[in-house]
Design a protein around this ligand. Structure first.
Ligand code: 2PG
Ligand code: MN
Ligand code: MN
Length: 558
């Protein structure tokens, strides 16, 4: 019924228009019981602690994982893509992971335009599958790769090369070995059936291929050299040996494994990408595949020297950017996220400022706006990116750009040019992913300081704030047994948890502009991230559209 819906939002019955609303998203900041491995608890976070005292009327938790975020099951941890989609869209959409599951289960994936397109290369060319080898379910899932390998061979692929990216970020460090074993086993079965199927290259996701938001093209180049040109500093005869050997370096970890290629007995790479081949990037999530998709698809390209630009048939698991139509061929149609709060508010005259540092910039813009790049209304919106540090692990600079983001945001608030300011503060997540507990504590403190700067500015202009998060990470930094006890190895060391979590996230409202009778409703105990958009619309003085998840707030007489 989308056509009959109006864009004009009705005035809220009780809440005034005209207040500046500051929306702060703490990335990777879940709520969990006090514990030595809860870095948010251990860190000095006076600002967030004070907000928590406002519960239950002005502080509560909301769900940020699983089906509440459009993921296949409630065992799926939250992530930035689905989290910011839900926060911005106010509605829950079946997300990429689930859409791919459905297309594989029904077999529809093999009937679609994307598969038919790549299939044309099967007779004379090789099918290359490039992506994250993991069961984390954030960017890709190994069981989907397994099904695709089987399905592609049953649909005519005779020669298959898999280019793996090891994870250690959404899954435990070191799990790369078992995932390689699993895939090698499947490939051996395919070889028994006469399909020439091998792993051809690899590398750690954060060092090879999976950069995002054009932070560092060298990451993509390293992958290109291995996957397309068949060149890498490390050469091995099989992938299991490669991963095991490269992990022997005491500083090595799955996220940052150097690039390697698999070579034959004579030292020649077994799977460079050649003219006439087909390529599928099997990640469903967009942000860390867009750069590679550009390199594979764009005729003219100047981000690095590709040396050779093979004429291939390329399809993404999904289309990664609907605006750019990139890639132009894809196996599964992405969710069509429509009528986001950003678009509604722009069409109702709300002036918006959004800011983060590079590594999270697309989160508060592209993901927030339903995977859409650019402005809805250039005269009303300003999106500002603070360059992230490049080339150093975030545990070495755990404060990241938190204060810089907050100061830019403060300036935007004090300029009185905007009705909404929206920021993402990255520390809890980016430092949390390193598994470095000390550094994550420093990062959480920096994030808290940044929130204070934003809240102080909101205070000065008589505005309203909403402080929340997109999913958990820093609040639990250790792998636990079923009873919740930290797991230790034989030397007594705990295993750091680098991934996101299943925990809910906090949300707090406040500020001098918040009318005294506004409080969180008590009738929505299982509310989630998608309930935030209606809440924010209310705080701007509008009723939310009927098809949005309900608002978290009510107004009572005081
Ligand atoms: O770094 C990333 O790509 C993911 C984890 O895989 O984190 P986030 O969803 O917070 O961006
Ligand atoms: Mn995140
Ligand atoms: Mn993360």
């Amino acid at each position: 019924m989308a056509e009959t819906r109006r864009w004009e939002l009705a005035a809220h019955r009780r809440l005034e228009k005209g207040k500046v609303v500051g929306v702060v998203v703490l990335d990777g900041w879940g709520e969990a019981a006090p514990d030595p491995f809860n870095c948010i608890h251990v860190a000095d976070t006076p600002t967030l602690d004070a907000l928590k005292k406002g519960g239950p009327e002005r502080w509560r938790v909301i769900k940020a994982h699983g089906t509440a975020a459009g993921l296949p099951t409630d065992d799926d941890m939250g992530n930035s893509e689905v989290g910011h989609n839900a926060l911005g869209a106010g509605q829950i959409y079946a997300q990429g992971a689930k859409l791919v599951d459905m297309a594989l289960a029904s077999g529809k994936i093999y009937e679609g335009e994307g598969f038919k397109y790549i299939q044309q290369s099967f007779e004379n060319g090789t099918l290359h599958l490039i992506g994250l080898l993991s069961d984390g379910g954030v960017h890709s899932r190994i069981d989907q790769l397994q099904l695709l390998l089987k399905g592609a061979s049953e649909h005519g692929a005779k020669r298959i090369r898999v280019h793996i990216l090891t994870d250690g970020r959404d899954v435990l460090d070191g799990s790369s070995v078992k995932f390689v074993e699993l895939i090698e086993n499947d490939l051996a079965k395919l070889r028994d059936k006469g399909v020439d199927a091998r792993i051809a290259s690899g590398g750690g996701r954060m060092y090879v291929t999976m950069d995002r938001y054009e932070n560092d093209w060298q990451v993509v180049k390293r992958g290109w050299d291995a996957q397309v040109l068949g060149e890498a500093p490390h050469k091995f005869q099989n992938a299991l040996e490669a991963v095991k050997k490269l992990r022997e370096d005491p500083k090595a970890n799955d996220q940052y494994l150097p690039p390697f290629v698999i070579v034959d007995e004579r030292g020649r790479p077994i799977g460079p990408i050649m003219d006439g081949d087909a390529v599928v990037t099997f990640n469903f999530r967009a942000d860390r595949m867009v750069m590679l998709a550009k390199a594979l698809e764009y005729e003219s390209f100047d981000k690095f020297d590709r040396v050779r630009f093979p004429k291939i048939r390329y399809a993404g698991m999904l289309q990664y950017d609907g605006e750019l139509k990139l890639p132009s061929h894809f196996l599964v149609a992405p969710p069509e996220i429509e009528r986001t709060s950003g678009e509604y508010l722009a069409r109702n005259g709300i002036r918006t400022y959004a800011c983060s540092e590079t590594v999270k910039f697309g989160h508060v813009t592209f993901f927030w706006n339903g995977n859409r790049s650019g402005y809805f209304h250039p005269n009303l919106e300003k999106y500002e990116e603070i360059p992230s540090d490049i080339g150093i692990p975030f545990n070495e600079q755990p404060k990241m750009k938190a204060v810089e983001i907050a100061k830019k945001t403060r300036d935007a608030i004090l300029s009185c040019k905007f009705d909404q300011v929206r920021v993402n503060i990255a520390n809890g997540d980016m430092v949390g992913h390193t598994g470095d507990i000390e550094a994550t504590i420093v990062g959480c403190k920096a994030a808290d300081e940044a929130v204070k700067i934003v809240l102080d500015a909101i205070e000065q202009v008589g505005g309203i704030f909403v402080v929340t998060a997109d999913h958990g990470n820093a609040e639990d930094m250790v792998k636990r047994d079923k009873s919740g006890k930290p797991l230790r190895d034989k030397d007594g060391n705990v295993q750091p948890l680098t991934s996101h979590t299943l925990n809910p996230v906090p949300i707090a409202i406040g500020g001098p502009g918040l009318q005294p009778g506004v409080r969180f409703r008590s009738d929505l105990p299982s509310a989630g991230l998608a309930n935030v958009a209606a809440t924010v619309m209310n705080l701007h003085g509008f009723e939310a559209p009927d098809h949005y998840e309900p608002t978290l707030i009510e107004v009572v007489d005081k």
